[in-house]
Write a protein that binds this ligand. Structure first.
Ligand code: GRG
Length: 299
């Protein structure tokens, strides 16, 4: 695939419009006598969202020669896991947020029971999307579902969320990093690992892809923490300074040290991208400017 020189925000905005249409149609097509859950799921999709994970899947996948329809199925499945985690994260038993993306959270717009079920259904839909994919072989489906379940479960999101809720504020940076790797990193790594179910890469390239996924997850979470501490509430779209009593890099380090910390992870990411793309400078420029966007985002 040929790439425009560097990433611009407009690329992901244009992509999101198309992606959201396909996600809304995917939800609407689900067979059910109940209307409420589909309505609440569509409501949440329509509140926006950057669609960073789908965009990463599509971008990297196209660069390594994977078919668009396969990538679309992967993106839908991963975004469904993400949406499920956000709806549940906002619930009173977890982060207890009234607003996300500047709009009412699902339990505030509807009610808690609906939000629990809508979150559950996004979770179910992630697996169902892969099972019913017309663009994956049976062996690829099994491998993809196994990866997705790992990232979603006790080797990923569920463990990360539990650590996040119960971890002491004075925990070490190393412990916080472990929590980040599970809570946020697992889903970013999944975006890249799924590609390996349909594309054979040598051991070195697989290793590099793993570093790329892990470091993007870290960059994303550290930026999220910095936005909670120093962001603009209007732009972020939800209450900020909520993590002051939690284990969080931005409350452990001052702003300058946070930026240095971020800089080091970005360097590691850039080196992995450099090795992965070796002489393909166009792809390197595009991916690294996309990583810059993730690190410099304001929402
Ligand atoms: C029941 C399997 C199960 C899991 C629930 C709630 C939960 C476990 C995990 C929460 C994980 C979580 C919310 C991590 C935070 C990751 C994060 C920084 C999310 C924000 O992502 P963005 O900025 O969101 O991409 P948008 O709004 O752009 O979609």
């Amino acid at each position: 695939m040929r790439l425009r020189n560097s990433f611009q925000e407009k690329h992901i905005q244009d992509f999101s419009k198309k992606f959201d249409k396909s996600l809304l149609s995917h939800i609407s097509k689900q067979n059910s006598v109940d209307k409420r859950i589909k309505q609440s799921m569509c409501y949440f999709v329509k509140t926006g969202g950057k669609r960073v994970r789908p965009f990463l899947i599509i971008t990297m996948g196209k660069l390594i020669g994977i078919k668009a329809q396969t990538l679309n199925d992967f993106s839908l499945a991963v975004e469904c896991v993400h949406l499920h985690s956000l709806i549940h994260d906002d619930l009173p038993a977890m982060d207890n947020d009234d607003y996300r993306r500047g709009k009412l959270t699902v339990h505030k717009k509807f009610d808690e029971a609906t939000a629990v079920l809508a979150g559950d259904m996004f979770q179910v839909l992630s697996v169902k999307t892969l099972v019913e994919s017309k663009h994956l072989l049976p062996r690829e489906k099994v491998e993809a579902i196994q990866m997705l379940s790992k990232a979603n479960g006790l080797e990923g999101l569920i463990a990360g969320q539990s650590l996040d809720i119960y971890m002491k504020k004075k925990s070490s940076i190393k412990d916080i990093e472990t929590m980040y790797l599970l809570k946020t990193g697992a889903l970013f790594s999944l975006c890249f690992n799924l590609l390996l179910t349909v594309k054979k890469l040598n051991t070195q390239k697989r290793k590099e892809l793993k570093v790329i996924g892990d470091t993007i997850g870290k960059i994303f979470q550290v930026t999220d923490d910095m936005l909670d501490r120093w962001g603009d509430e209007k732009k972020v779209g939800k209450k900020i300074n909520k993590d002051s009593k939690k284990a969080n890099i931005a409350y452990k380090l001052n702003r300058l040290d946070c930026l240095k910390y971020l800089h080091d992870i970005k360097n590691k990411n850039f080196k992995a991208l450099q090795s992965f793309f070796s002489k393909d400078n166009n792809s390197l420029t595009y991916l690294s400017s996309l990583v810059d966007y993730i690190a410099n985002r304001v929402k």
